[in-house]
Design a binder for this molecule. Sequence first.
Ligand code: AHR
Length: 511
Amino acid sequence: MLRTLTAVACATLTLSAAIAKPHEATISADLTQTGPQINKDIYGQFAEHLGRGIYEGLWVGKDSDIPNTKGFRNDVISALKDIKVPLVRWPGGCFADEYHWRDGIGAAEERPVKVNTHWGGVEETNAVGTHEFFDLVELLGADAYVNGNLGSGSVREMAEWMEYMTSDKNSTLANERRANGREEPWDIAYFGIGNESWGCGGHMRPQYYVDLYRQYATFMKAPPGKRPKLVGSGGHTEDTEWTDVLSANIDRDMDGISYHFYTLPTSEWSKKGHATDFDNTMWFKTLERTLRIDKYIADNIAVLDENDPDGELGFYVDEWGTWYDAEEGREPGFLYQQNTLRDAVVAAVNFNIFHHYAERVHMTNIAQMVNVLQAMILTDGAEMLKTPTYHVYGMYKVFQDATAIPFTITTSKYSQGNESVPAITASIAKGEDGKLYIALVNLDPAEEATISLDLKGMKVSSLNGQILTADNITDKNTFAKKNVVKPAEFSADADDLTLPAKSIVVAELVK
Ligand code: AHR
């Protein structure tokens, strides 16, 4: 018996009620058909002034013994360049609504020391400010997503920051930027007007925020062609009210609405679950939780389709990822957590969902880039390691700016008790290089899957690419053993395709 779960945009997903071991899935597509572009910014990252994310993780200062360029550690920058980070969001998060940009310009020794009240109450030296952030994105070859302070700032402060960053005139502010070492204005891809304004950004109601947004956005002026995409601070989890109120009441100067969703294994903020010590039950619960974002995005897009039928507004998932209990012995406010094969599967499942909604989802930022939450990289002094999540970003980079190919998938279920999720999720796209790529994820930690490809428009004989899996669900990379979880080569005949348990494959479809 087959039951249709979703029928949206470019793919449909159906579940078989029959218990199949191994799993079975059929993927059908006409490879000559095309869907929306998968915006490269879906692979964006988030770097907040939080814990050891910026300080230590990225920035060590020019005088550090750790090899660096302009204060940013070379090893971390080089690793991040390898996964082609397209976009970095900064300076927060909750931190953004307490950040005053003037604290972070000028001579470093004269910058004020503040208290980072959100994240551990530690001293914030402001050693990394606007100029350093743009150094970072330039070193990475990425675009900038700057998040402004609506919660505790002012319209004037935000407008002046915009002028400081983007003006090409001989204004006092632009000349101050020049005096601080930057002649040319910077390009800003996105600018956020507040963050989580329903919570740490001011505990507002959307009706109140809407008027503030309209006021602030009016004064976000930049030279012709230089204005960033302006981002309204939206809702989270199952909420659709923020999307509704913003899209219905902001009729100019907004390019997209942000949305946040975190994957907590237990779905309880008071006891979220352990990062590395978990069993098959928690593995299932984590994936069940992460898959909820599919419905939450669909619900928000339905609201946008009603209020914005021409599709002018993007839906930006500018914070997502796993969030576990703080590691014992560490400052809880630093949100440092280890990362296992489970995080890699979470990332891949989310990418497949984002691709599915690529018509509206133009940008996302995983939280966060280094040493915080579901990080790409962990550091310990001069040492660094690449997490399983890092490797998924590396494998999926072929999907950046690719063109989605519509497909349908029929898959058996991966069940636990009375609950079930699809055993297999997938993506198909034509890469910028003209090649066809498929991504496949087997969510089940115990059962392999037989995949039937029913492809039209091109005779596909084999798949060539990479696979990420591990012996155990809890496998991770540590400073003692940095390569326990890493991609391996994968190749298979198209008519004899088996996906191992708990694995991710990204492969070219070869004639
Ligand atoms: O990513 C950590 C925090 O989570 C961000 O600062 C905030 O926006 C969210 O609540």
